[in-house]
Design a protein around this ligand. Structure first.
Ligand code: KG4
Ligand code: ZN
Length: 357
């Protein structure tokens, strides 16, 4: 390192903002450490995935029934460097070919976020390339685009993860508007809480989906909250209904219970996404977020879109759950639209999906 001071270096990076040319050959390294996945990926031109490595910590947290923040931070510290190295090796490129480093700056667990943000800034400084701070929720919106770069806009994205459930209008990449969101639990949270109550383990979504395959989705008619009201969601009442039902009917088949619960969640998600698409005149509906890996939701959404004569964009399961390709893609668009993020940017555990200014 030269004798240059840190503030001077930061200033220097800011002045280079206008000089960054972002195009189809721009190669972005994406880094994701917001929760329990340590991931790195190289994406070219905002949509061409050159490599994508995801190291899941699920096994470390499973015995605790959920993500333990301190364990997650420590695991990210151990895993991040090897994961980044593997992403570069798998891409078969020299690190001098990397044009920018994008990283999730929020929302997420603060300790976990800081591991990624510190690494990303260090690499950007060392390689003398721009650093781009990415909103994890915005990144989930790009899952469908990574699978199908020919998407016709505008689209409605149903973003359903462990911490969030929202409907977003995407007018074009990088330009979006929040249409509705959950007023209490996220859909994934409902899956996780119901699974924990039923003793099915963590994460709850895949466990419920598996057992629901053997059950009857019409066995129990659980409530569909806020069905006729606007584009917001509510899932905490559904979770309580499941618990109350089990208390009253202790001999109920877990498969029927799981299938009926899953059906209630899927019904509401599909119906509201459909209504949102009509309201904004969307040409299609895209799924994103971990719950979008759910087979029943994918099937129901595609069926609804076919009925309504619009496109259904259902990304591969790997793109729905947390990964770094979506971070690199979002980073490419943010770099194109806003330029690099200053190196004094921090991590923001409660970052919201705000329309870009
Ligand atoms: O997007 P994600 O990987 O992480 C967050 O940003 O939250 O989402 C994780 C959530 C968990 O709640 C998990 O139970 C749920 O996605 N999930 C599923 C399925 N796979 C993951 N929910 C329903 N069905 C699935 N197959
Ligand atoms: Zn996520």
């Amino acid at each position: 390192m030269t004798e240059r001071s840190q503030p001077e270096l930061i200033d220097r990076r800011r002045t280079e903002v206008d000089e960054v040319a972002v195009g189809p050959d721009t190669l972005v390294l994406g880094i994701e450490t917001s929760c329990d996945e340590t991931a790195a990926s190289l994406v070219m031109g905002g949509s061409d995935i050159v490599s994508s490595v995801v190291s899941s910590q699920i096994d470390l947290h499973a015995s605790f029934g959920g993500v333990v923040p301190e364990i997650a931070s420590r695991a990210h510290l151990d895993l991040l460097n090897p994961v980044i190295a593997r992403a570069i090796v798998e891409a078969g490129v020299d690190d001098r070919r990397i044009d920018a480093v994008a990283c999730t700056i929020g929302p997420g667990l603060i300790g976990a976020l800081l591991v990624g943000v510190s690494a990303a800034k260090a690499l950007a400084l060392a390689w003398d390339v721009p650093f781009v701070g990415v909103n994890h929720l915005e990144a989930h919106l790009y899952a469908a685009l990574l699978d199908d770069p020919t998407i016709e806009f505008p689209i409605v994205v149903l973003l359903v993860s462990g911490g969030h459930t929202m409907l977003v209008e995407m007018q074009e990449p990088g330009v979006y508007r929040l249409l509705g969101q959950t007023i209490d639990d996220a859909a994934g949270e409902a899956f996780d809480k119901v699974a924990r109550y039923l003793g099915l383990g963590y994460p709850g979504g895949p466990a419920i989906e598996r057992i629901a395959l053997e059950g009857d989705p019409a066995a129990i008619r659980f409530p569909r909250a806020m069905r006729g009201e606007g584009l917001d969601f509510s899932f905490s009442g559904l979770k309580t209904s499941v618990i109350n039902y089990v208390r009253k009917h202790p001999d109920v088949e877990t498969a029927d219970l799981s299938a009926s619960f899953q059906e209630a969640v899927v019904d509401v998600l599909v119906e509201k996404a459909r209504r949102a698409a009509v309201e904004v005149g969307a040409k299609g509906i895209a799924l994103g977020g971990g719950v979008a890996a759910n087979g029943r939701l994918r099937e129901a959404m595609l069926g609804a879109c076919a009925e309504d004569g619009i496109h259904g964009y259902v990304p591969s399961r790997d793109m729905c759950t947390d990964n770094a390709a979506m971070i690199a893609a979002a980073g490419w668009h943010r770099l194109r639209l806003d330029g690099p993020t200053p190196l004094d940017e921090g991590a923001h555990p409660n970052l919201k999906l705000a329309p870009p200014t």
